[in-house]
Design a binder for this molecule. Structure first.
Ligand SMILES: Cc1cc2nc3c(=O)[nH]c(=O)nc-3n(C[C@H](O)[C@H](O)[C@H](O)COP(=O)(O)O)c2cc1C
Ligand SMILES: CCCCC(=O)C(=O)O
Length: 343
């Protein structure tokens, strides 16, 4: 087992096996899940020398957020499956690390309560066929202080999570609910993933909020171009951590064409398989403005709550700074594609 898998192994030891699989698993044969990590393993760095890199400066500007490092917590559902304090502990850890947390629409804690932690927040949205309800959710997120909406676009239908099927895991344990799916009337809604959703959803969202809008789940450069034409403020290259289309290409392999298509007009983020500072460096060198991390944060949360989340984020930023110095880079902008090779 590679060192990067050690936190996952330790989380497996402390979690209910059904809940661990719900968090760790992917869709179908899980080839996309493993492919994301493998794509990083295939790359090697060709560092520059005698550049006087000095102390690295990782500061990064993203929609609604100035960050000390180009690392964002990806939206993941159900944090109370990982730790009883759930998203509140995650928020506390992110706040301590001066990071940025993307709250999942399927969080097991209300966005208002997560905001109380003081963490900088984005809010992830699945546009629902009930647009009035969706607009209410967005208004709640905005009122709670979220600084951008991250519209997930890779889920016209649900991925087949084989581990959940094997365990017949369909419902959250008693007492856990997706609090952001509660309407003004107090009634909880079930999530609908909408197979009819089209690009007009972006225009609709723009009309309901003044917050920046990023789209998450783009792999094809033509979609990246369309996203920019529809006025989005950022593109997240993602295959949902291998939980949607099994067989989709690794995000790192999809990144360069998306970066070309976006041509610097808006920030490009990447998630999927980022497990180390070197992984983050590789993604930045291939054109990402920042990376998002999903499961590593869940493992930190499962093992040590807020402290675990903080440690994951601090360690990743430190390791990225260290790798940048060794590669001869002072700022993320110094990281260029020529530094990365597939031998
Ligand atoms: C347990 C779990 C729940 C997730 N829930 C959501 C979600 O609610 N919304 C969303 O857009 N993406 C969701 N994702 C996808 C993540 O945002 C992200 O794309 C993925 O986890 C990144 O890959 P990584 O886990 O390899 O870092 C989820 C991923 C996991 C593992
Ligand atoms: C039911 C889908 C919501 C959570 C999600 O996106 C995931 O588990 O990947």
């Amino acid at each position: 087992m590679t060192p990067s898998r050690e936190p996952e192994r330790r989380a497996r030891d402390v979690l209910d096996p059904v809940h661990f699989d719900a968090l760790a698993g992917g869709a179908g044969s899980e080839r996309t899940l493993t492919g994301n990590e493998d794509a990083f393993v295939r790359r090697r760095l060709r560092p520059r020398v005698l550049r006087g890199p000095g102390t690295p400066d990782l500061s990064t500007h993203l929609p609604g957020a100035r960050l000390a490092a180009p690392v964002v917590v990806a939206p993941t559902a159900f944090h109370r499956l990982a730790h009883r304090a759930g998203e509140v502990a995650t928020g506390e850890g992110v706040a301590a690390a001066h990071g940025l947390l993307t709250v999942s629409m399927m969080a097991t804690t209300a966005v208002e309560d997560i905001a109380e932690t003081g963490a900088a927040l984005w809010f992830q949205l699945y546009v629902q066929p009930d647009r009035a309800f969706t607009a209410d959710v967005v208004a709640r997120a905005e009122a709670a202080g979220c600084r951008a909406i991250v519209l997930t676009v890779d889920s016209p239908v649900r991925g087949r999570h084989v581990r959940d099927e094997r365990h017949r895991f369909t419902d959250l344990p008693a007492g856990l609910v997706c609090e952001n799916m509660r309407g003004r009337d107090g009634r909880l809604r079930d999530l609908v993933v909408d197979p009819d959703l089209g690009w007009d959803a972006v225009a609709w969202l723009r009309g309901t909020t003044s917050l920046p809008v990023l789209v998450k789940g783009v792999l094809h450069p033509a979609d990246a171009r369309l996203a920019v034409e529809h006025g989005v403020d950022g593109v997240v290259v993602s295959n949902h951590g291998g939980r949607q289309l099994d067989g989709a290409l690794a995000t790192l392999d999809a990144l360069p064409a998306v970066v070309d298509a976006v041509a610097g007009r808006v920030p490009v983020l990447l998630d999927g398989g980022v497990r180390s500072g070197v992984d983050a460096l590789v993604a930045l060198a291939l054109g990402a403005d920042a990376v998002m991390v999903g499961r590593p944060v869940l493992w930190g949360l499962a093992l040590s709550g807020a402290d675990g989340v903080r440690a994951v984020l601090d360690d990743l930023a430190d390791a990225l700074a260290h790798a940048m110095a060794l590669a001869g880079a002072h700022r993320p902008a110094d990281l260029t594609p020529d530094l990365v090779v597939v031998p």
